[in-house]
Design a protein. Structure first.
Length: 429
């Protein structure tokens, strides 16, 4: 095959690559090869090699950034067809692109033949691949859909990272394994149920101190519905790549996605792209719901695009409320107030003994799991609940821990503002 003929085929493959896969690594390889084929061959410039030298651009391209194999190219195309059913025009381009690895081998063989002395480059030439690939055998869009089914990344799992690769979450609780915080749980249930049923929901902005359940409740609320897939992008995708991610998810009309930006710092985010694509110039796709969770308040011009959900403070009352719910869900129909009190007090006592790093629903759940699995502990708490002196959870300790946590997150000025606001409310009574 002549250089000009090979260059023409390479250029066509590159055009198909840009149409189907965009300007990625393969397109860059094909472009560089086309440039080299357009130039007159100069073997000495390209391939004089000794111990102190490296090969020039083409040789390095082949050796260090080796062209993709035929199998890799086909997998890239099939992944695309799994997300977007091709028409006959795209199928023709796919077949042209699938031939690119074979064209690159022809190019390498041509380099080897031109090299001086002859045979200088045999280590750079991959063995030929026999037979036709999957893409060559596809005749209709239906064929492409069937062939692409094993490559559907959305079918690989219920939870995906921002690059849409499957990820396995550890120790995910069910939606019915949360206790207390009744209003918050009701909002979660209503929000995800509405979206799973095909309804539109606004972006959900969740704000709370750490450890109250933002992440766990969002994951549980999503995974409770088989219709929903949880996407976990990185915080950087709020600022760069959000539009592309939304477009990719919008193409899958057969699925519904919860896009969960977890543990972000709203003070550090450039919100331009989010405000443009969520309630700005563009609306998010109907099959995508956005959830954003943070320990800090969101800016007003961001909150105006959705719904705010704030967790209440975890104090001695909410602690006992959680214990009450836990006992009811574990078949104790009417837990006695004294039993609830001594369990909560024992949990606080164990925190004081440094068995937990925080007073929070997260650590209380761990305590309650030990309680339910230990007959001795259950007996001890029941006996304590029948004594004359009933242990009560220390309200002051909750207060001190919450103030300490808020100071570490928000600074002393925040606490002063809270106190001023409380005094203003008392003065207005």
């Amino acid at each position: 095959m002549k250089r000009r003929e090979l260059k023409d085929l390479i250029d066509r493959a590159r055009a198909s690559c840009q149409l189907l896969l965009g300007d990625g690594h393969l397109a860059a390889v094909l472009r560089q090869v086309s440039i080299e084929l357009a130039a007159a061959p100069s073997p000495l410039r390209h391939y004089q090699i000794d111990a102190a030298e490296k090969e020039d651009a083409v040789s390095m391209l082949v050796r260090d950034r080796s062209p993709l194999s035929a199998a890799e190219v086909e997998q890239m195309l099939l992944r695309r067809f799994a997300e977007h059913t091709p028409d006959s025009f795209e199928l023709d381009h796919a077949k042209r692109l699938a031939a690119a690895p074979a064209l690159l081998r022809k190019y390498l063989a041509m380099l080897s033949a031109e090299a001086q002395p002859a045979g200088m480059l045999p280590r750079l030439i991959a063995p030929p691949e026999d037979g036709t690939g999957i893409i060559d055998r596809l005749a209709t869009p239906e064929d492409a859909t069937a062939a692409a089914a094993p490559f559907d990344r959305f079918a690989a799992g219920k939870v995906l990272r921002g690059d849409l690769e499957p990820v396995r979450l550890s120790a995910v609780r069910g939606a019915d394994e949360f206790y207390g915080f009744h209003y918050v749980r009701l909002i979660f249930k209503e929000h995800f149920s509405t979206f799973a049923a095909g309804g539109n929901v606004p972006p959900l902005f969740i704000v709370s101190l750490p450890g109250l359940g933002k992440t766990a409740m969002t994951a549980a609320g999503t995974l409770a519905h088989r219709e929903l897939t949880l996407i976990l992008p990185g915080p950087h995708q709020l600022e760069n790549g959000l539009r592309q991610l939304l477009d990719t998810l919008a193409a899958r009309r057969d699925r519904r996605f919860v896009l969960f930006f977890d543990d972000i710092d709203p003070r550090q985010v450039d919100w331009y792209e989010f405000r443009t694509n969520i309630g700005g110039c563009f609306a998010p796709p109907d099959n995508v719901a956005c959830v954003l969770a943070a320990n800090y308040d969101f800016p007003p011009n961001v909150l105006s695009r959705g719904r705010l959900l704030s967790f209440p403070i975890f104090d001695e009352l909410s602690c006992q409320d959680m214990v009450n719910d836990f006992l009811i869900q574990h078949k104790l129909r009417n837990p006695a107030a004294n039993l609830i009190s001594v369990i909560a007090a024992d949990y606080v006592e164990e925190f004081g003994q440094k068995k937990f790093a925080e007073l929070s629903p997260r650590s209380l759940i761990r305590y309650l799991q030990v309680y339910i699995n230990s007959a001795d502990k259950r007996k001890k708490m029941l006996e304590a609940s029948h004594q004359e002196m009933i242990m009560r959870p220390d309200a002051q300790l909750f207060y001190e821990q919450n103030i300490k946590l808020m100071r570490s997150l928000y600074g002393d000025g925040y606490i002063e503002e809270l106190l001023k606001e409380k005094l203003r409310k008392l003065g207005g009574r």
